[in-house]
Design a protein around this ligand. Structure first.
Ligand SMILES: O=P(O)(O)O[C@H]1[C@H](O)[C@@H](O)[C@H](OP(=O)(O)O)[C@@H](O)[C@H]1O
Ligand SMILES: [Mg+2]
Ligand SMILES: [Mg+2]
Ligand SMILES: [Mg+2]
Length: 299
């Protein structure tokens, strides 16, 4: 399958996404170590740095080099895409583990969502474990596969970071454990709370509320069984924040919906804001939806 073919193997795209996220992580660490973050404010509490921009250019360059510039792609930042000298690695995954239905699909029915640096505010504040590169792969509008790469956590092979990936029908590369305690603990925004969020939090009767930055990072806390739910039933996240993490959560058997329990769609034309919020769990999803329904506006 050459890069100008109109067919693609989603397993190969996931391989290049993993490779690109690790290489982007190296760039992010280099910018951090330089001390010259080049922070620009896109909006209130919404920074962009040189690391966000350079990481996105690298990721787009590798995916275009591997699959052609007609690969539908959405990135958070508005950057040009220079030719890259880097070589994309299409062979990181065992093709025997890739579901047959994903091996030869129409490229125009795929869309890759790239958040080159999730939790930029945390990056600027020096809260580095929450920083991640997120890449999601959708097919016919459904989040199918994704990778979350933590450049400042752990020491993953020679990529100096921690790679978490998953694909529907294949599972994840990391052990996943649902939280199983008597109390009910949720994670939500550190910096974008609203009156309605407080009301909704009371409606679901959380025993403890963990306030941390990073949409990807809160999904990781669910995967690791540190919280029962990522609870954010208000606007704020975008499709690039959620496509990759959703695919990983669902490939681990979890649930990922908006506040009304509806699936989130990911096509090139889908509006980027997740206006109806997020609820992310490994278990107990319906119980949360039942409790929050009493305070949600009727559809
Ligand atoms: O990639 P960035 O812009 O850092 O992504 C943001 C999310 O868009 C935003 O929703 C998250 O807000 P909360 O901290 O309130 O959960 C922010 O942490 C980043 O993930
Ligand atoms: Mg941002
Ligand atoms: Mg983000
Ligand atoms: Mg970002």
């Amino acid at each position: 399958m050459s890069n100008n073919s109109d067919k693609v193997n989603l397993g190969s795209i996931l391989s290049v996404a993993i490779d690109a996220s690790q290489k982007a992580g190296t760039v992010i660490r280099q910018v951090w170590k330089s001390g010259k973050l080049g922070v620009e404010w896109k909006g209130v509490n919404d920074p962009m740095t040189e690391a966000d921009v350079q990481a996105q250019k690298l990721i787009f360059g590798l995916l275009y080099k591997a699959f052609g510039k007609d690969l539908p792609m959405v990135g958070e930042e508005d950057t040009d895409v220079p030719e890259t000298e880097e070589i994309p690695n299409l062979n990181l995954l065992d093709q025997l583990k890739i579901p047959e239905e994903y091996k030869n699909v129409d490229k125009k029915e795929v869309c890759v969502f790239v958040d080159p640096l999730d939790a930029t505010r945390e990056f600027v504040d020096g809260n580095l474990p929450a920083v991640m590169t997120l890449i999601g792969i959708s097919y016919r509008g459904e989040a199918i596969a994704g990778v979350m790469f933590q450049p400042f956590v752990g020491n993953d092979d020679d990529s100096n970071g921690t790679t978490i990936y998953g694909m529907l029908g294949m599972g994840t590369n990391v052990p996943v454990k649902a939280r199983d305690e008597k109390d009910f603990v949720i994670a939500t925004t550190r910096s974008h709370a609203t009156e309605f969020l407080e009301k909704a939090t009371q409606a679901v009767k959380a025993d403890r509320v963990v306030k941390v930055g990073g949409a990807g990072y809160k999904c990781l806390l669910v995967l690791r069984g540190e919280i029962d739910a990522y609870f954010f039933p208000i606007p704020g996240t975008k499709k690039w924040d959620t496509c990759g993490p959703e695919a990983i959560i669902k490939s681990a058997g979890g649930s990922f919906t908006d506040a009304h329990g509806r699936s989130i769609r990911y096509t090139i034309d889908t509006p980027k804001p997740n206006t109806d919020g997020l609820i992310v769990t490994l278990k107990g999803h319906d119980d949360i939806l039942a409790k929050i329904s009493s305070v949600l506006p009727k559809l």
